[in-house]
Ligand binder design. Structure first.
Ligand SMILES: Cc1cc2nc3c(=O)[nH]c(=O)nc-3n(C[C@H](O)[C@H](O)[C@H](O)COP(=O)(O)O)c2cc1C
Length: 397
């Protein structure tokens, strides 16, 4: 890690270009106040599942294949009626707009420029309507089942009105995971005086780049999708308190069947890790599942998304699309995800770090790097089309 830290210093002082997910992570770490960096970077408990997500990708070896004609590579995929430049999407990230000014608007523009879907979180800073103004093609919307079902129904209507066709319904938040870094930093309950101090003014003042861009220039810091339902809330922490009380632990597959009736677009169920739950999601009417442990932010100690994917692919046998997220850190990982049985993968932390570090241009550059590495991985494993990426590319020796 020491060598890596020296690397980022050198990058900044010599004006070197970031080349990897880790470069952007370290640039974001320098720019963001500690509590915000930790909120993005951290996971639940001892962060074992978070580490497993990344390590399981790193451990999977690929087979190098040579002497095949790989002069024409096609990285495109079709998902829910739309064609994209590669099998990648930007995962929903709550409070993105606290990391960069109006981050969700910048993100949808960068995603469109590179040709990948952007998924807006229920608890984003920018609203559906603000993002739609900047978008020129349909983006995805992530929904939590809130106790206030009237708000849920209204959100569905608003999403439809701005042209959303793909709904990502997150089901792994029956309760909020215990994220120790957030507790220590005073972002969630139990931090005590020390935590509150760290989350407070001093650290924010020590990050003037962020302070000018977001702290002063990025207002209003409300949860844009929810402000109509929580009129008295004026700060992100007011909204967080409201939302934490709104996650509905009584939700079951029956609610998905009902939701299916209110939504005629595609529905993806995000947060399944077992073949049984994936099957139940499809039985309830889902068009796809996202194999996910919420980036290691919910139940620490569960299986990584990558490890869970092959058994879900075996069980679903093509009945629905399978997406995966958690631990994808570049183009080779994208190939590994598809080789493991996913139709596509999402990235969470990597995109918000690239955006936090260098805004829309940084995210565009980052996504281009992922695509370049994905092309390289396809060429050097000897496949020319995404449909031909399968388990035969994994070296199990
Ligand atoms: C800071 C942060 C906020 C998140 N907010 C949401 C959210 O609002 N809704 C949701 O479904 N998932 C949310 N997630 C989970 C991501 O959508 C995704 O599952 C996860 O980040 C994937 O792992 P990765 O970060 O290793 O790519 C969040 C993740 C992070 C890191």
């Amino acid at each position: 890690m020491k060598g890596a830290a020296t690397g980022v210093k050198a990058m900044a002082s010599l004006n070197l270009a970031p080349a990897s997910t880790d470069d952007y992570r370290r640039l974001a770490e320098r720019r963001l106040p500690r509590a915000l960096f930790d909120y993005v970077d951290g996971g639940a408990g001892a962060e074992k599942s978070l580490r497993d997500n990344v390590d399981d990708f790193a451990r999977m070896k690929l087979k190098q294949r040579v002497m095949r004609d790989v002069s024409a590579l096609d990285t495109t995929v079709s998902l829910f009626g739309e064609t994209w430049s590669m099998p990648l999407a930007l995962a929903p990230i709550g409070m993105g707009g606290m990391m960069r000014r109006r981050a969700e608007v910048q993100a949808v523009k960068a995603a469109e420029a590179v040709g990948v879907p952007f998924c807006l979180s229920t608890v984003a800073i920018c609203s559906l309507e603000e993002v739609a103004k900047a978008a020129t093609r349909p983006f995805w919307f992530q929904l939590y089942m809130l106790k206030d079902r009237g708000a849920v129904r209204e959100l569905l209507g608003r999403a439809k009105a701005v042209g959303v066709k793909t709904l990502v319904f997150t089901v792994d938040l029956a309760v909020v995971g215990a994220r120790y870094r957030d507790i220590r930093n005073g972002l969630s309950g139990g931090g005590g005086a020390y935590g509150k101090l760290r989350a407070g003014l001093i650290d924010y003042l020590l990050h003037p780049g962020w302070l000018l861009d977001v702290g002063v220039g990025g207002k209003p810091h409300v949860f844009g999708n929810l402000s109509a339902y929580v009129p008295k809330a004026t700060t992100p922490s007011d909204f967080r308190s409201w939302v934490d009380g709104q996650f509905d632990p009584s939700v079951t597959w029956k609610d998905i069947e009902l939701l299916r009736k209110d939504w005629d677009g595609a529905v993806l169920i995000k947060g399944v890790l077992t073949a049984e739950d994936a099957g139940a999601a499809v039985d309830a009417g889902a068009d796809g599942v996202i194999v996910s442990n919420h980036g290691g932010r919910q139940l620490d100690g569960v299986s990584s998304a990558l490890a869970a994917t092959p058994r879900i692919a075996d069980a679903l046998k093509g009945r629905a699309k399978i997406l995966l997220d958690g631990g994808v850190r570049g183009g080779q990982d994208l190939l590994r995800a598809v080789a493991s049985g996913a139709d596509a993968a999402l990235i969470g932390r990597p995109w918000i770090f690239a955006l936090a570090a260098e805004g829309e241009a940084g995210l565009k550059n980052y996504l281009s790097l992922v695509r370049r590495d994905f092309l390289g991985a396809m060429a050097l494993t000897g496949v020319t089309r995404v449909a031909n990426i399968d388990a035969r590319l994994i070296d199990r020796a």
